[in-house]
Design a protein around this ligand. Sequence first.
Ligand SMILES: [Zn+2]
Length: 349
Amino acid sequence: MATPMSASKLVEALRAEGVTVHEVRSWRTHNRNHRGAWGPVHGVLIHHTVTGPGTDVVNLIYDGHSALPGPLSTGCITKDGVVHLTGNGRANHAGGGDGRVLDAVIGESYGDRPPATQKHDGSPGAVDGNARFYGWECENKGDGRDPWPRVQYVAMVKATAAICRVHGWGEKSGIGHLEWSDWKVDPRGIDMTDFRRDLAACLALPAGQWEGNDDDMALTDSDVRKVADAVVAKLIAGGGVLENSDLRRIWWADEIPAARPPYNNPDYFAADGKTIDNDTWTAKYAVQTTVEGVRETLARVRNLEGAVGAVDLSDADIATLASAVASNPALAEQIAEKVAVKLAERLAE
Ligand SMILES: [Zn+2]
């Protein structure tokens, strides 16, 4: 059982994690405590705001709207990674959920994911989540395409770690809204198992030291290689080719923040022939890497075929070789070495 922390304690804990904090208006006394319980607290819920550019998302989370009065969470984490504190106490963010999930969170007794929730706000037997969870509303359209900037994601992990650290909780005390209510899908685009893995890494270090993994939210070279492998596997397994429509789909796939934009590669220049028109997407880059990889593989296979074809041994030759190897095991190694050298020469041509 944990007693909710004070506003000052929360600010202190967030700053200790290295988070940029913005205190919104009278957030320290802004809450829904007059409408229901606040505490004992057991965890942190992660949400997406379903807002895009042009929405004053921070004030929306502070004020709420006609159907749902604010605060709509403890804080709003914007795309620039700032944690805007909007509520100290009970807030309208979690709604009703599954008591089995709450038990699993309290005991931190689940594996990768809590038991699948079978309740939502208003279901018979649903548990009041607004009394039990702190909440972070995180700015995102929630369409499954809107990217999560790395600076925002790192702030989300750190802000959750700040609360867990104060209460002595582990990473299993951080769950997504979709894991609480079977009506919800947020936070879309974030796998809560990955989130908890990062939360655990953050909590394993002293406050303020974790800075995220480089490969958290962007395509790395190894991701590109995986994509290439998958495409090649498709080519081999299907015995077919990638249709233009496949390429088009990959080309214009979801926006993916680029770990390594393909600078200085004229293939990616815009129509003006100078500027790069793909500094945030690496889908094109993955396709190109794949095509180049396949081309190189084919060239090597042809070389190998040439190398193998050039060796013409009769059955008698093979028998002679076999008996020579049998009487002198070291010979096998010498032959293998010679063959390897010859092949390397071939491939270098
Ligand atoms: Zn939500």
